[in-house]
Design a protein around this ligand. Structure first.
Ligand code: FES
Length: 177
C-alpha cells in the first residue's frame, strides 16, 4: 500500500482538491476542528469518517493524516489494527446505504433489503465475483435528500429500491431482480 505510506505532496493536493467538493469531507473537517485537530483524537475521527463514508479509503486516511499532522502510515496502522474499522472493500463497485435516522425513516432499509436480495450478500460483504461490495453508513451528510446512497463514492439523492436495483444491474450487466 505505497500510497498511504508515502503520499507525495501532489497526491495530498489531489486529495484535498477533490475533497473540497464533497460535503462529507467538510463535515469531517469540522469534526476534527472541534477536537482542535489533536492527534490523540485519531480514533474518534476515524469513527466519524467511517460513519460518513461507510469505509475508510486511502484518500480519506490521507485527508485525516494531513489534518491531524500525523504520518499516513500511523493513520493506516490504526485503521487496520482495530476490527471495527473497515478499509476499502474489494468489490469493483461499492454501494453504501445510509441508515442514519433521516434516511431510515424515508425507507433506506427497503433499499438495503432490495440490494441484499438482488446481490445475495448482506451489508459488509462482497459478491463472490467481486463485482459489488455493500456497506452501510450512519449519516452521510445528505439528510435533506434522504434516503441517500453512495455508488462508487458519489452521493445519490432520494433513492428507491428500484433506483438501487438499476445501478446494480448497470454494474453487474444483468437484471438484479
Ligand atoms: S441520515 Fe442519511 S444522510 Fe443523514
Amino acid at each position: 500500500m505505497p500510497l498511504i505510506h508515502q503520499p507525495r505532496s501532489r497526491e495530498i493536493d489531489h486529495v484535498l482538491e477533490h475533497a473540497s467538493g464533497d460535503k462529507r469531507f467538510k463535515i469531517l473537517e469540522v469534526f476534527m476542528k472541534r477536537h482542535m485537530f489533536r492527534a490523540d483524537a485519531l480514533i474518534e475521527v476515524l469513527h466519524k469518517a467511517q460513519e460518513l463514508f461507510g469505509y475508510l479509503e486511502d484518500d480519506l486516511l490521507i485527508f485525516v493524516a494531513h489534518h491531524l499532522k500525523l504520518p499516513p502510515s500511523r493513520v493506516y496502522g490504526v485503521a487496520t489494527f482495530y476490527h471495527f474499522f473497515t478499509l476499502k472493500p474489494k468489490g469493483e463497485h461499492t454501494c453504501v446505504v445510509c441508515l442514519g435516522t433521516a434516511c431510515y425513516v424515508k425507507g433506506a432499509n427497503k433499499v438495503q433489503a432490495a440490494v441484499e436480495e438482488a446481490t445475495g450478500i448482506t451489508a459488509g460483504e462482497t459478491t463472490p465475483d467481486d463485482k459489488v461490495s455493500l456497506l452501510t453508513a450512519r449519516c452521510i451528510g445528505a439528510c435533506g435528500v434522504a434516503p441517500a446512497v453512495t455508488y462508487d463514492g458519489q452521493v445519490a439523492a432520494k433513492q428507491t429500491p428500484e433506483d438501487a436495483l438499476a445501478k446494480i444491474k448497470e454494474w453487474t450487466g444483468h437484471d438484479a431482480e
